[in-house]
Every structure is written in C-alpha cells, then in structure tokens.
Design a protein around this ligand. Structure first.
Ligand SMILES: *Cc1c(COP(=O)(O)O)cnc(C)c1O
Length: 391
C-alpha cells in the first residue's frame, strides 16, 4: 500500500503481509497460527497484583527508570539465573515492551549513517528502528545447515562489520526460526564485538522458553561483553501478557543512561499498575513459567507432528513460540504463495519466513507457524492441515 504522507525513510516498511494474512484469516474464519500471542492468561497471582495495584491507586506516572520494586526484581532475576550483576539504580531501565527498548537503544546510540548488523531472518521491528535512527542495516544470515538446524554464518558476520559499524542485534531464542544460538555462535559474535569495539543489543524475550533442556545463555555473560551489551527482555512472552508491554533493558550505566535519555521523550514511562505485578511474577511465578515452558514444548511436538503428517518438512524448534516448515514437499516453491492460499484452502493462517529477510531467496520455501495456542486450537489446525494433500 502507498502512504503518500509518509517519510521516505519509513516507506520501505508499509506493505506488511502480516496485515494481509490477518485480514484473510479473519475473513475466512481460519485458525490463525500467524501472529505469536498466547490465547490463555498468565499466572493468576500476577493478574491479581495488577488489579490490586489499580485499586490501590498505582495509576500515576511511575519513576522515569521504572518502579524501584520492579528494577530490584529484574536485578535479582538476572543475578540468580545468569550470575550477572546489574545495579537497580542505574543499570536497569523499564520500557514499554522490548520493542521500545530496542527503538530507544537505536535512537540513543546510532548516528545517522552508522551501520547496525542484523541477523536475518530478523524480528520485524529491527530494521524500522535502525531506519528511524537514520542508521544503515547490514544483514547476516542464519542458514539452514546440513544438520537441518539454522546456523549463524560467522564469515558473513565478519564481512558485514566495517569502520562505521556501531552495533549488532542478537536475538536468541530466535523468532522466527526457533533457533537457540550455540555457545560457539555466541562466542564468535562476542569475539567480533570485542575486536571491533561494537555494542551488542540482545533480544532475550524468549529467555525462559527453551526446549529439550537447552539453557539460555545471555551474551553479556561472555568475557568482555558485560561492558558492551544492552540486554533486552520483557514480561510479555515469559508471563503470557503480551498486551501489558512491560519490558526492560539492562547494561552498563553509561549505555543505559543513553537509552533512558531517548526513551524519556518517546513514552517517558508506561504501565504503572503492571510494574509491581511483573515484579511479583519475576520473584514468585517462575514455577508457573516452567510449566508454561513444558506445555509449549508439548504444543511444539503436537503441531510439528501434525505439519509433518500434512506433508511439510518440519524444521527443529529449540525455543520460542514458533516452528518453521518447508513447503516444497507439498509441491510449492514459495511460502508466501502457500500462505495466501492456506486460509481459503484449509482454514489455517501462517506467515512466510521471507518477510523477515532482506535477501528472501534462502528462506522463500519456509513458513512460520505459532504453537502458543490452546491444545484444542492446535488439534483443530492439524485436522484442517491434513486436508492439504487431498485438496
Ligand atoms: C514479541 C517479540 C518482541 C516484542 O516484545 P514486547 O515486549 O511485546 O515489545 C520483541 N522481540 C521478539 C523477538 C519478539 O518475538
């Protein structure tokens, strides 16, 4: 779609197939496995805390850096889980979701013309945030290896870094592929960051949602990385509250202060009554999160099995809400074409992976399905998908 009033720097981002597929799903009554949000609520104790906070009058501007109670809980969580120390006073900033944390980081740290390295497929807001800051993105692929797993192309990462490179954005567990970067891959990224004095911006919103016993290892724990890494996360995915938009950024005081300076004039603050509720969740609901993780692993298996029965070649999902599948065994070459036909043919909606890429050729045959849905919804989707080969 053309937006005549929109600036040239944002024009490249106006045609979203997300909107097209969502509308198609709505019109056809399809089971929507396109968008990644859960269809059940987060922990009851957390929801009660938010209701109580509203009743108790926690409805005005919280402090600019976020409620002290939440910053303390984030600090304890990072310390207990990963052994990383962040001072709640000046090394943690609460944001309007991880999305604002990312955009504010770009606006704070990237000069016009600076380069930012993204790993593709990338989360859809990253290139937009780089463009808003006037930066230039360089992309490095995750490539399907012989193992059937997506692997970071380390030589391409080295080749993408130049004298104007300011930052690298690293998302693990990774949306849309479901890849959890290995220690070797994280080590290679850290080496490049140290050698070229780059800032790493890590998107860890799926930090709790890894499968088959895989750990999540924050990049900031690697040697020489704590002083150059901004670690982003959010309550949305961990506590099934994607509409609350309570996120945070942790890192060295100097970098966090810069992000805060930008964030101050974006939203200033947000979500006052949700902040104590998320503090409670980080301290008292991690057993609930562990149950969520187990449930999601079962849902992944349910959907992967169904997709495979339906004729897709299913790729491994090591974490997140998502599993990707190759459409070629079904006689398709282009995932986008299948995604446009799927709602009308069988009543299921999914997203083609190529929309998350600058160079879509490597992923043209892949489609992303979300499994963060009630089992009944997944069974229904699987049942519908089984009609694909007959139709
Ligand atoms: C969902 C998602 C986000 C958005 O997080 P919010 O806290 O809702 O802003 C960011 N990054 C990735 C990879 C996501 O999947």
């Amino acid at each position: 779609m053309r937006h005549p009033a929109l600036t040239s720097r944002l024009q490249p981002f106006t045609s979203t197939i997300f909107a097209e597929i969502t509308e198609l799903a709505r019109r056809t009554g399809a089971v929507n496995l396109g968008q990644g949000f859960p269809d059940t609520d987060g922990p009851a104790g957390m929801l009660q805390r938010a209701q109580q906070a509203i009743g108790d009058g926690v409805n005005q501007y919280p402090p600019g850096a976020g409620e002290p109670e939440l910053r303390a809980a984030i600090s304890e969580h990072r310390g207990d889980r990963y052994g990383i120390e962040h001072a709640p006073e000046d090394e943690i900033l609460v944001t309007v979701g991880a999305t604002e944390a990312l955009t504010a980081s770009m606006l704070a740290l990237v000069e016009p013309g600076d380069e930012v390295v993204l790993i593709e497929p990338y989360y859809d807001s990253y290139p937009v945030a780089v463009a808003m800051a006037g930066g230039v993105r360089r992309t490095v692929p995750l490539r399907l290896g012989d193992s059937g797993r997506f692997e970071l192309d380390v030589p391409a990462l080295r080749a993408a870094v130049g004298p104007r490179t300011r930052a690298v954005v690293v998302n693990t567990p990774h949306n849309p592929t479901g890849t959890v970067l290995t220690d070797g891959e994280l080590g290679a990224i850290a080496e490049v960051c140290r050698e070229h004095d780059l800032i790493a911006i890590t998107d860890e919103v799926y930090e709790h949602l890894t499968f088959d016993g895989r750990p999540h290892n924050p990049l900031a724990t690697l040697p020489g990385m704590a002083e150059r890494t901004l670690s982003l996360s959010s309550s949305g995915k961990s506590f099934s509250a994607t509409g609350w938009k309570i996120g945070w950024v942790c890192g060295p005081a100097e970098l966090v202060a810069a992000v805060r300076a930008a964030k101050q004039f974006m939203s200033f603050v947000g979500g006052a009554p949700f902040q104590p509720a998320v503090a409670h969740a980080l301290r008292a609901e991690l057993d609930w999160v562990e149950q969520l993780r187990k449930n999601l692993q079962g849902k992944r298996d349910l959907l992967a099995e169904g997709l495979s029965q339906a004729g897709f070649r299913v790729l491994p999902s090591e974490g997140t809400y998502f599993v990707c599948a190759d459409v070629r065994p079904l006689g398709f070459q282009d995932g986008a074409q299948l995604c446009r036909e799927l709602p009308e043919r069988v009543g299921v909606a999914a997203i083609p992976v190529q929309v998350f890429c600058d160079t879509p050729d490597d992923t043209r045959h892949l489609v992303r399905f979300a499994f963060c849905k009630r089992d009944q919804v997944l069974h229904d989707a699987v049942e519908r998908l089984s009609g694909l080969q007959r139709g």
